[in-house]
Design a protein around this ligand. Structure first.
Ligand SMILES: *[C@@H]1O[C@H](CO)[C@@H](O)[C@H](O)[C@H]1NC(C)=O
Ligand SMILES: *[C@@H]1O[C@H](CO)[C@@H](O)[C@H](O)[C@H]1NC(C)=O
Ligand SMILES: *[C@@H]1O[C@H](CO)[C@@H](O)[C@H](O)[C@H]1NC(C)=O
Ligand SMILES: *[C@@H]1O[C@H](CO)[C@@H](O)[C@H](O)[C@H]1NC(C)=O
Ligand SMILES: *[C@@H]1O[C@H](CO)[C@@H](O)[C@H](O)[C@H]1NC(C)=O
Ligand SMILES: *[C@@H]1O[C@H](CO)[C@@H](O)[C@H](O)[C@H]1NC(C)=O
Ligand SMILES: *[C@@H]1O[C@H](CO)[C@@H](O)[C@H](O)[C@H]1NC(C)=O
Length: 279
C-alpha cells in the first residue's frame, strides 16, 4: 500500500513535469483547418497581400478589447475579414504574442485557402472572404485529445458533463465583451469560451455542439480540446488556466459633460465555487 502510494506519487510528479514541458512547446498545440469550397488564392495575389495586412494588424493590436478582434483588409472581391480571440485568462502581452505566432503559422501551414482557422493553446484566428461577424459556424472544426484514459471513465464522464454544462451556461450569459468560464470539479479542470460576437443563443448552440462532439471524440480521455470556429472547450486532469484577467477600468469620465454617452462599465470579476463569473 505504502509502496504503491509512493510509486504513484513519483509517477504523478514525472507526469506533471512532462505536462509542463509539453505546455511550454507552443507548436504542440497549433492546429489549422480550412474550408475547401470557399476558394483558393494564389501566390502574390491581392488576397494574399490583404491576408498579410491582417497578420500584421494582429501582430500589433493596439487595444486589448478583452482579447477579441474583428478585422478587415482590402475591398471586395479580395476583402479579407478576420476574427481573433484569446482565452479569457491571458494578459494583453500573452495575447498579442499568441495572435502574432498563430496568424503567421496559419498562413504558412494552411496556405492557399481563402477561408481557414487556426487554434493554439491560448488563442484562435480565422479569416474568410465573406462576412463572418456574429454568425455561428460549424466548419472547419477539429478535436485533439490526450491519449491517456481516465481510470474510472463513467464517473469521470458524469462529473465532466455536469461541470461543462455549468460552465457553458456561465460563458453564454457572459455579455458582449467576453464569454468565458473556467472551473474545476475535484481534479477535472475545464474552460469553455465563445467568440463574444455570438449572442447568448448562438454561444449556447455552439457549446452544445461542442459537448456532443466531446462525448464522442474525447470519450474516456484524461484531457481533450474541442475546437470550433466560434467556440472552444477544453478539459484536463490538472490546472491549465490562470485566474481570468479582469478587464481594465474605463478612464474616469470628465465631469459636467452629462450629454456624452458613457463607456459601458467593465464586467466585475467574482470568484464563487471555483467559477469566475462576469457581470
Ligand atoms: C486549392 O489549393 C489546394 C492546396 O494547394 C489544392 O489541393 C486544391 O486543389 C486547390 N483547389 C482549387 C479549386 O484550386
Ligand atoms: C511572387 O513574388 C516573389 C517575390 O517577388 C517571387 O519570387 C515569386 O516568383 C512570385 N511568385 C509567383 C507565383 O508569381
Ligand atoms: C511577430 O513575430 C515575428 C516572428 O515570427 C517577429 O519578428 C515580430 O517582431 C513579431 N511582431 C510583434 C509585433 O511582436
Ligand atoms: C466587424 O468587421 C466587419 C468587417 O470590417 C464590419 O463590417 C463590422 O461592422 C465589424 N463589426 C463590429 C461590431 O465591429
Ligand atoms: C446566429 O447564427 C446564425 C447562423 O450564422 C445567424 O444567421 C444569426 O444571425 C445569428 N444570430 C444572431 C442573433 O446573431
Ligand atoms: C484508451 O481507450 C481507447 C478506447 O477505449 C483505446 O483505444 C486506447 O488504446 C486507450 N489508450 C490507452 C493509452 O490506454
Ligand atoms: C452545477 O450547478 C448546479 C446548480 O447550480 C450545482 O448544484 C452543481 O453543484 C454544479 N456542479 C458543478 C460540477 O459545478
Amino acid at each position: 500500500m505504502g509502496c504503491s502510494g509512493l510509486f504513484l506519487f513519483y509517477w504523478s510528479v514525472i507526469v506533471s513535469l512532462a505536462a509542463i514541458a509539453f505546455a511550454d512547446d507552443y507548436d504542440n498545440y497549433f492546429l489549422c483547418r480550412y474550408v475547401e469550397d470557399k476558394g483558393n488564392y494564389t501566390a502574390n495575389s491581392t488576397y494574399q497581400a490583404n491576408l498579410n495586412r491582417i497578420v500584421s494588424q494582429l501582430s500589433s493590436p493596439t487595444q486589448f478589447n478583452y482579447g477579441f478582434y474583428n478585422l478587415s483588409a482590402g475591398q471586395s472581391p479580395d476583402e479579407v475579414n478576420a476574427i481573433a480571440l484569446c482565452t479569457g485568462d491571458r494578459t494583453q502581452v500573452e495575447c498579442n504574442s499568441c495572435l502574432n505566432r498563430t496568424a503567421t503559422e496559419l498562413m504558412q501551414r494552411c496556405p492557399w485557402y481563402k477561408e481557414a482557422t487556426a487554434w493554439s493553446q491560448f488563442c484562435l484566428v480565422r479569416y474568410a472572404n465573406r462576412d463572418i461577424f456574429g454568425q455561428l459556424e460549424n466548419e472547419p472544426r477539429t478535436c485533439a485529445f490526450n491519449p491517456k484514459n481516465a481510470s474510472n471513465p463513467e464517473q469521470f464522464n458524469d462529473g465532466l458533463i455536469e461541470l461543462l454544462n455549468n460552465l457553458s451556461n456561465i460563458a453564454a450569459a457572459g455579455g458582449p465583451l467576453r464569454k468565458y468560464a473556467a472551473g474545476n470539479l475535484q481534479t477535472i479542470y475545464a474552460a469553455v469560451q465563445c467568440t463574444p460576437d455570438m449572442d447568448e443563443q448562438n454561444c449556447t448552440a455552439c457549446l452544445n455542439y461542442g459537448r456532443e462532439e466531446l462525448s464522442k471524440c474525447c470519450k474516456g480521455r484524461l484531457g481533450c480540446r474541442v475546437l470550433r470556429p466560434t467556440c472552444i472547450l477544453r478539459y484536463e486532469s490538472g490546472p491549465f488556466y490562470q485566474t481570468a484577467v479582469p478587464p481594465p477600468s474605463p478612464p474616469p469620465s470628465p465631469s459636467g459633460r452629462e450629454g456624452l454617452a458613457r463607456a459601458p462599465a467593465p464586467p466585475k470579476l467574482l470568484k464563487f465555487n471555483n467559477f469566475f463569473y462576469f457581470f
